[in-house]
Design a protein around this ligand. Structure first.
Ligand SMILES: O=C(O)/C=C/C(=O)CC(=O)CC(=O)O
Ligand SMILES: [Ca+2]
Ligand SMILES: [Mg+2]
Length: 403
């Protein structure tokens, strides 16, 4: 069997073709790779060999030039790649540029410009509201159904899947005490999220309407927004998350283009409150995505959050984050917010899964409330593809190491 004969049912068949950046075995040269089954195609080298005009976009150490090239180029490159891996005469030419996935090193696929994290799951927001603000009349804040809440995070600490996460130290308050103590976080958590990658910039002072979402956003990835709950709970009033989340954010090595996810588009949940015109998506194309996420701790699946339950869509989030005229840059990354479904087994954080440590998870190696040194967390996901196929979103994994 040649690498082009991807087994039926493989979520990385030619219907997917996600993009990453890799170095071949024994080399530190970085270049754009496209995943096909268990192989990575050196897309720039393949383009050169075929005399393709896209070589200039693909023989690069990051995806940023491709991201900046815009939607027409994105579709043209995808069409070309599909032909290279499926048409026999092209297959022959590009075969020397396929590398076994197990032999390459995967890198952070793009230079992250600005990073924003949203809070778009109603189930997550209600759970966290009940845990952090038990005395509030409503678990949702009064603004929640009127705008996608978010904050600007730290772009420079976004790391690729497989990077170790050093347990952060900081201030926390021991219940019942007035003054804080300093030390390693004892409530280190995960947040299972989806990251959206901006390709085409926008002009300062010009909001980007929801209808232009596909002109600007190239694709999506899996994202783990590591969160130190004890640091967060003490520091977040009144300006929001700061050091409790800025120490590391992990993304998957593969960026799935939105063009591979057409069959996964779904209507978001029923809107319970009328929306201001710039966020009103009642007349728009379905803005949700049916992504089935799985969260594993040390190889044991502890949760299966369904992305289709997210209240706010990525198009609404883009419209909101630019509505004040803030400009987009190539490489901007915005995270969906923790994905939690309505069922207990669908929660996207340990904070919720263990109800702030009250109900530990039973793992074969013992009870878990929050993460211990040496724990490995892996998020993986797939989406429905054409003709009953699955589109694999790969995985984002990280191991906790002592600070
Ligand atoms: O409600 C709060 O005070 C805190 C919320 C979070 O920690 C969630 C967050 O970072 C946004 C998200 O991922 O949904
Ligand atoms: Ca988050
Ligand atoms: Mg984070």
């Amino acid at each position: 069997m040649t690498p082009f004969e991807v087994p039926e049912g493989d979520p990385f068949g030619p219907h997917n073709l996600p993009y990453g950046v890799f170095s071949p075995a024994g080399s530190d040269h970085r270049t754009v790779g496209v995943r096909l089954g268990d192989h990575v195609l050196d897309a720039g080298a393949a383009a050169h060999a075929l005399g393709s005009p896209y070589a200039a976009l693909l023989a690069r150490p990051t995806l940023n030039p491709l991201l900046a090239a815009g939607r027409t180029a994105w579709s043209d490159v995808r069409r070309a790649l599909t032909a290279w891996v499926t048409v026999p005469s092209h297959q022959e030419t590009v075969a020397p540029f396929l590398h076994p996935l197990s032999s390459v090193t995967l890198h952070l696929p793009f230079e992250v410009a600005d990073y924003v994290d949203f809070y778009a799951s109603e189930h997550h927001a209600r759970n966290v509201g009940q845990i952090f603000r038990p005395d509030a009349a409503d678990s949702l804040t009064p603004n929640w159904k009127h705008l996608p809440i978010g904050y600007h995070g730290r772009a420079g600490t976004v790391v690729v899947s497989g990077t170790d996460v050093v347990r952060p130290s900081g201030q926390r308050r021991v219940p019942g005490e007035d003054a804080p103590v300093f030390g390693p976080s004892v409530r280190l958590d995960i947040e299972a999220e989806v990251g959206f990658v901006v390709g085409v910039p926008s002009r300062l002072g010009r909001p980007v309407p929801m209808t232009d979402f596909r002109e600007h956003v190239f694709g999506l990835c899996l994202l783990n927004d590591w969160s130190a709950r004890d640091i967060q709970a003490w520091e977040y009033v009144p300006l929001g998350p700061f050091l409790g989340k800025s120490f590391a954010t992990s993304v998957s090595a593969w960026i799935t283009p939105l063009d591979a996810l057409e069959e996964a588009r779904v209507r978001p949940p029923e809107r319970t409150h009328p929306l201001l015109p710039y966020l009103d998506d009642s007349e728009e194309e379905p803005g949700g995505y049916d992504l089935r996420i799985s969260v594993a701790v040390n190889g044991h699946v502890v949760s299966e959050p369904p992305f289709s339950t997210m209240y706010w869509t990525a198009a609404q989030q883009l419209a909101h984050l630019t509505v004040n005229g803030a400009a987009l840059r190539t490489g901007d990354l915005y995270a969906s917010g923790t994905v939690s479904g309505p069922e207990p087994g669908q929660r996207g954080s340990l904070l919720e899964l263990t109800w702030n440590g009250r109900d530990p998870l039973e793992l074969p190696e013992g009870k878990r409330t929050f993460l211990e040194d040496g724990d490995v967390v892996t998020l993986s996901a797939w989406a429905p593809g054409p003709h009953g196929t699955r589109v694999g979103l790969g995985e984002v994994t990280g191991r906790i190491v002592a600070g």
